[in-house]
Structure formats: structure tokens, C-alpha cells
Ligand binder design. Structure first.
Ligand code: MRU
Length: 359
């Protein structure tokens, strides 16, 4: 296998030691602009407003948010710190409900501050020490995600034949992770190995993550792609050769049912009808064994305005009634394999997912 050492050219955010610089994804591809977040409240806002988005990226950003929170106070006693950091966790957890990586990362940060406080006890300069320790934990989450994505890329690329035509939905690339990406990471690795003929990029209404972000990443990387509107997928599956559909995930239930960007479920039905393998690529942090199946996954309902407007233009009659579920659930029976950072899991998913989670 070729050497795949990779430094991400695209970073969704950068930690400076005193702030988190968040790439404002709402402005892409027109402008590359970073929002400086110096408080956890600013990080929470950037997640809620989707300046930073994508399940693993949200988890990483929230972890850095906790590190920032420790810099904002200088309590001297453990109970003061515990009650404050629990409030911080609650605020960050309330930003977006579907991607489980957010809660996974926040739980890991809580375990970190609990240990740190137990070890240090009470005293002066606890805030600075705590912030350093929490930033190191957030760095660890970031590094593990990036390295896991490189491994995932290799596992996933091995499933693809030379000259593959692949369809993807939403953005599961560098912008949605610590770097490289999950679904787009598999495509990226496969492209570097000379296996990708073309990628169909779904535009992904209503937020246009495909048109604005995935197309941008493919363009920068030199991956051949064609942008299509979501409703063209079935047409191309019928009239042209598509070898695989690869998507990311926001939460995978214990039985393999997978929540991902709205429109993913319809794609899985189309892929099944046309006999095209449908792959999900996600790290272990996206697997939620606490819920038995997809019916328990909370689906975020976002503002109707995001459906009614394209940019600043209203495309429907005034006061139109509109809905905006941001995610849907694909049943595990539609999924040919789940590509993770530690290998490929196939049906029966229950046993495979428990194995990779080490339980
Ligand atoms: O609403 P978004 O843009 O955060 O949704 C993103 C997705 O649905 C991605 O496919 C998913 O988070 C996986 S990202 C590696």
C-alpha cells in the first residue's frame, strides 16, 4: 500500500491554547473566515448555529469548549468547580441532539475534570491547571479522531474496486471531523490509491453541505466529482454505473440502525432497489450501545426557514407551512457494512458493534 501520511489541508477549527478558531462553514465556499471563540458560550453558539458541524467535529469543538470554560473562572474549591463545569456541560450538550459524539466527548471531559480535581484538591491557580489538563484531553480526542479516520480510510478503500463510481451525501469530510473525514475520508484514501473514477456529490437540501462543502473539499483535493441535486440520485443509479454509496453517521444504535443527514434513508432504499452496496463510515464514538434501535435516536427539528429560504431568498409563499427534520434513520438491513476506525463490521451488527466497543 502507498504511503498515506497526510496532513489535512482543511481544518474545521484550530486550538491556539487560549481560544478555538472555528472555520465559519456557513460562509463556505465563498469565504474562508475563522470565528475566534474565547468562551464556552461562543463555542456552544458556533455548534448551535452550524458554523462548525458534522458529528465528530462537534464532539471535538465541545471538548475544547470545556477547556475554555476552565479558563473563564478561578474558583478555589472543588464543589464550586464541579457545579460550574456541570452547567457548562449542560449548555454544550443542549446545542444539537442527534450526533452522539457530542455527548461522548463531553462525558470524556467530565471524567477528565473529575480525576484532575480529585488529584489536585483545593487551592489557588486551580483554573489554569485544570484548563491545561482539559485542553490536553481535547487534543487527545482530536488526535484520536484524525488518526482513526486515516485507518477508516484504508479499511473502507479496501472495499472498493479500481475505477469505482461512488455516491455520497452531505459532508463527512475534513470539515466534519478532526481531519481526513469518515465517508469522504474513505473516498479520499481510495482516490490516493487510484481507485476512484468519479464521485456523485448530492447537494443535500436544505443546508447544501454537499454543494457547498463536499464539492469544495473534492475540488481542493483534485477528486473527480459531479454535483447533483438530491432528487437525481435514482436517475443516475438507473442510467449510469454507481458502484457504492458511502455516507457518514451521527448515531448508530446497538442493532446498526444509523441516523445521518436527512435524505440518507431514501438513498439507502434506492441503493437496495438497484443492488448497490450502501456503506456507512463512522468512528466508534458514533456508536451508541445504550439504545437498542434507531427508533430511540432523537431527531433534531430545525427551523422551517432553512427550508423556505435559499440564501437570503424566500422560495415559497409567505407563511408557508414547512418542516425540517435534520436527520433520518436508515435501517441496518439496508447497510452492507459499517466501516469504523478499527475495522469493518457486517451483519449481524449487534455482535460486531459490541466487539468494537469492547463490551
Ligand atoms: O447537520 P450536519 O451538517 O451536522 O450533519 C452532518 C451529517 O449528517 C454527517 O453526515 C455526519 O455528521 C457524519 S460527519 C463525519
Amino acid at each position: 500500500m502507498k504511503n498515506l501520511t497526510y496532513h489535512p489541508a482543511v481544518l474545521a477549527f484550530r486550538w491556539t491554547g487560549t481560544s478555538l478558531l472555528v472555520l465559519e462553514q456557513k460562509r463556505l465556499p465563498r469565504r474562508e473566515e475563522f470565528i475566534p471563540c474565547r468562551t464556552y458560550e461562543q463555542v456552544a453558539r458556533s455548534i448551535r448555529d452550524m458554523s462548525v458541524r458534522g458529528a465528530p467535529a462537534i464532539g471535538c469543538a465541545a471538548a475544547y469548549g470545556v477547556a475554555l470554560a476552565a479558563r473563564q473562572k478561578n474558583f478555589k474549591t472543588v464543589p464550586e468547580w464541579v457545579s460550574y463545569l456541570r452547567k457548562v456541560k449542560k449548555v454544550l450538550a443542549a446545542t444539537r441532539p442527534t450526533a452522539v459524539n457530542l455527548f461522548w466527548a463531553l462525558n470524556r471531559m467530565e471524567a477528565c475534570w473529575t480525576t484532575a480535581l480529585l488529584e489536585r484538591g483545593e487551592g489557588k491557580n486551580l483554573g489554569a491547571a485544570l484548563s491545561r489538563r482539559l485542553a490536553a484531553e481535547a487534543d487527545g480526542i482530536f488526535r484520536e479522531d484524525f488518526e482513526g479516520n486515516l485507518r477508516m480510510g484504508r479499511y473502507g478503500a479496501a472495499l472498493l474496486k479500481k475505477g469505482s463510481v461512488i455516491l455520497t451525501h452531505c459532508n463527512a469530510g475534513s470539515l466534519a471531523t478532526a481531519g481526513h473525514g469518515t465517508a469522504l475520508g474513505v473516498i479520499r484514501t481510495a482516490h490516493r490509491l487510484g481507485k476512484v473514477k468519479k464521485v456523485f456529490v448530492d447537494e443535500t437540501r436544505p443546508y447544501l453541505q454537499g454543494a457547498r462543502l463536499t464539492a469544495w473539499e473534492c475540488h481542493r483535493e483534485g477528486i473527480p466529482y459531479e454535483l447533483i441535486t438530491d432528487n437525481m440520485a435514482g436517475h443516475f443509479m438507473k442510467t449510469e454505473r454507481i458502484d457504492a454509496v458511502i455516507v457518514g453517521a451521527d448515531r448508530i444504535a446497538a442493532n446498526g440502525d444509523t441516523a445521518n443527514k436527512i435524505g440518507t434513508y431514501s438513498l439507502s432504499v434506492l441503493a437496495r432497489f438497484h443492488g448497490i452496496p450502501f456503506y456507512v463510515a463512522a468512528p466508534r464514538s458514533t456508536v451508541d450501545l445504550s439504545i437498542p434501535d434507531g427508533s430511540h435516536i432523537p431527531i433534531e427539528e430545525r427551523s422551517r426557514d432553512e427550508v423556505v429560504r435559499v440564501g437570503n431568498t424566500c422560495i415559497a409563499p409567505p407563511r408557508v407551512v414547512a418542516r425540517h427534520p435534520a436527520f433520518d434513520v436508515t435501517p441496518s438491513r439496508h447497510i452492507a457494512a459499517i466501516v469504523t476506525d478499527v475495522g469493518v463490521v457486517r451483519s449481524p451488527y449487534g455482535a460486531g458493534l459490541r466487539r468494537i466497543k469492547g463490551v
